[in-house]
Design a protein around this ligand. Sequence first.
Ligand code: IMP
Ligand code: MG
Length: 179
Amino acid sequence: MKKIHVRDREFTVSIPEAAIMQRVTQVAEQINNDLKDENPLFLAVLNGSFMFAADLLRGISIPCEISFVRMASYEGTSSTGKVKDLLGLNEDISGRSIVVVEDIIDSGLTMKHLLQTLQQKGPKQVKVASLLVKPGNLKVDLDISYCCFEIPNDFIVGYGLDYDGYGRNLRDIYTVVAG
Ligand code: IMP
Ligand code: MG
């Protein structure tokens, strides 16, 4: 199995590019069907979701808008538990159908906080589209409408996700090799 290095850690491919593309296209179709009369506003959470958002949105064929927001940062290989405020939301979301586009839901704390912040602004509905979910780590109850892949608790990089700022440019998703 092909191994790569990102910083000081070794990683192997866990979800190849072709499998990602196939699944992201499927999820985009689901959203096209579910929200066809809703004129949704997609809110992509930077930095991690930039590749997923780009591919997902190319599969969206219904009228929609997209904007970019930012939440907590993530340091090293385990969640710091710190939550920052929502930055960069300039749109009026009252009465609108929102789709939050996220790279990964780990503990779920970031998403929980983001959803609470959005709910205070009176949207019609807020759906969550996450590339990855680690069900084994979830600490809060979340309604995740669109999930591309459920994965084990191991640390991953690639396709937008980083290890210490590196690895976001990789086309495949890689899992850390233990040790
Ligand atoms: P949560 O608040 O614990 O759900 O953490 C969510 C954020 O942690 C994500 O948006 C990612 O930025 C980061 N994260 C969680 N797991 C990983 C991982 O395996 N690799 C890279 N980043 C991760
Ligand atoms: Mg993120």
